[in-house]
Structures are given as C-alpha cells and as structure tokens.
Design a protein around this ligand. Structure first.
Ligand code: 8YV
Length: 334
C-alpha cells in the first residue's frame, strides 16, 4: 500500500499506475491534501510520496505504523521530514536533488541580477505609472555591476556550484564559500570548478570573512538548528554597502527583521529572495515589501515545466525502488 499526496504530472502518474502490484491511495487533485485524510490513509502503508508542504513528522509515521519503509519526497530540502524519527524507524528517504539544480541555479542568477539592477523597483515604477515622472539622468536606476565581483556562497552544494558555473561567464572575479567545515575545501566538486576553474574559488575561514569580502552573498544551505538566522544583523553589519543578498534556500536562514533594517539603513544595497520566514503567509503590508530594493518571489525556484516533471518521475522511481529494496535515484544518507 502506498499513499501519494497529490495527482502527479503525467509521465510520473503513468509510472505510478503501471506498478500493478501496488494498492495505490492517492489524493484526487494536484492541490494540497487534507492532513486528516493523510493520517487516516497512512495506516498500514509501506510507502508515502509527499511534497514539501506535507509535514512528515512522528504523528504521520505513527499513523502509518511499522509497515512504513519508504518516504519519497518531491523536493531537495528535507526540513519538513523528522530525520531523527525516520532514522530510529529505519525508514528510507528519497529526494530529488539532481532534478532541480539547474532550475534553481538559473533563478539564483536571475535574482542576483534583479537585485543589483533594481529590477523590482524599476518594474514597480512602470506599474504605478511613475515612468513619466522619472526624468532621465546618468545615475537614474543604477546599481552595481556583476563583472569583477566576489560572490560568497553560504552552503556550497549542487545548487551553489551550478550557480557559480553560470556566473563565471559574467566575469565575476572570485568565489568564496562557507560550509559546516569553515576553511576546509568542499567535499564535492560537482562541475570541476574547484580544481582547475578559471577564477579563484576558496573556502572562507568564517562567516565574517564571507560577509565582509563578498559583493554578492548567495544563501544556499539547508535549514538546520545551526543555520537558522545565520544571516542576522551582525552579518549585515559586516557586509559591503553595495552588496546584495540572495536567498534561494529556506526563509529562516535569514533574520527578516535584520534584513529589513539592513535595507532601510543602507547597510546593504539590495536583496533577492525566493524564500522568506513564515511563507506563504506574507501579506501585502509586510515590512519587507516596503523596501524598494528587495525582490521577493513566492518560492518558485524549481518551477520550470521540465524540472517539475523530472522531480515527479524521480519521486516515483525513488518510491518504487525503495519498496523493492533497490537503489534509489537519490537517497538521503541516514
Ligand atoms: C520546490 C524546494 O518548490 O525542493 C525543494 O526543497 O524548496 C523547491 O524548490 C519544492 O520542491 C516543491 O515541492
């Protein structure tokens, strides 16, 4: 018995339905399922395929019972999963990191450029009819250029490295990165940029160095107790006045109040965010939205058609492989 919390995009749905030996229980639409439905249906399930918005906690695992062997998450992030609980219960966890790397890296570059070039603010002027009242002057709507910048990555996994790969042709001059082992070379070099890259790419000795030397800071780390609010007022104080902050990871890595005041006081130049604390409950009067130099997107990093299709297919493959005791496309290390 498997429970799937959404209808999936066609190729994935077909793959799922072709597994004739499964008792398939599936929420009938592509919209979020009811929590009570999930808890009820999970009883006796061997596998659950779920989304980022479906909390995978002890309550759900207890509802499923001892039969539960596999969780397949339609996401790269796993902060919605109680990792300790799945470890204790020896449940395998599949996820989809490789499927969305390119999509999120593309969006990261877009947010960097939007923040530097004030795209949100500029579009706002047009939308509110202010263009006619903007007499041209040489410094009108100007921002820092990307060429020659030092880009600092908080977290240096696949997405960060794919972003760096895209930024090198823009002429950035240097990259710094900070992982959970400051000062040490990154464990993996996904695109061969660390060994023989065309620009220096080196580990920062600590967050202060990364904040102080970067013209662009990209937040690309997982949300854990030690990364929560790692970008806080102290961090912003260290940053350059012309620097921009981009967050494509998880909202709570950045202290929102500190970001609002950093933008207000001009401690940093701008911000490009795909995620924010307390998303999606962001109202139009949120203080960050009053900051013209902040671009905020509603967590659409992986939202291209091909990527979502691949994520769905990989989630199903992970689910099926996990149930058969075979290797998954991508499995989270216990
Ligand atoms: C997606 C994400 O929107 O995969 C993640 O962890 O944060 C996002 O890129 C999400 O996967 C949709 O379920």
């Amino acid at each position: 018995k498997v429970v799937v919390t959404r209808q999936l995009i066609e190729p994935a749905q077909k793959l799922l339905e072709a597994a004739s030996d499964l008792e398939l229980i599936q929420w009938p639409t592509d919209q979020p399922c009811d929590r009570s439905w999930l808890l009820e249906q999970a009883k006796g399930a061997s596998g659950i395929l779920l989304m980022l918005s479906d909390k995978c906690d002890k309550e759900l695992m207890d509802a499923a019972g001892d039969t539960l062997k596999v969780i397949a998450s339609f996401s790269v992030g796993t902060d919605h999963v109680d990792r300790e609980a799945i470890r204790e219960r020896k449940i395998r966890l599949g996820y989809t990191p490789s499927a969305l790397t390119d999509a999120v890296a593309d969006l990261t570059v877009m947010l960097i450029l939007m923040a530097q070039r004030r795209a949100g603010e500029a579009m706002g002027k047009v939308l509110t009819g202010q263009w006619p009242q903007m007499p041209w002057s040489p410094l009108l709507m100007t921002g820092p250029q990307i060429r020659g910048t030092t880009v600092g990555f908080l977290g240096f996994g696949r997405i960060a490295q794919a972003t760096l790969q895209r930024l090198i042709p823009f002429g950035i001059s240097k990259a710094l990165y900070l992982t959970s082992k400051p000062g040490q070379p990154a464990k993996e070099d996904h695109y061969g940029l660390l060994k023989e890259g065309s620009i220096p790419v080196s580990p920062a000795s600590d967050w202060k160095q990364l904040a102080a030397e970067s013209d662009v800071v990209v937040v690309g780390c997982a949300l854990t107790p030690s990364t929560r609010h790692i970008v806080n007022s102290e961090f912003f104080h260290q940053m350059k006045k012309l620097a921009v902050l981009v967050n494509i990871a998880r909202g709570p890595v950045v202290d929102t109040d500190a970001l609002v005041s950093a933008l207000e006081t001009g401690d940093i130049f701008g911000a490009g965010l795909d995620v924010i604390e307390n998303e999606p409950n962001i109202q139009a009067d949120h203080p960050l939205l009053k900051q013209p130099r902040c671009v905020l997107l509603p967590h659409v990093g992986s939202a291209n058609i091909e990527t979502r299709e691949q994520m769905a297919v990989e989630s199903v493959k992970n689910l099926l492989a996990g149930l058969k005791g075979e290797a998954m496309v991508n499995e989270v290390e216990p």
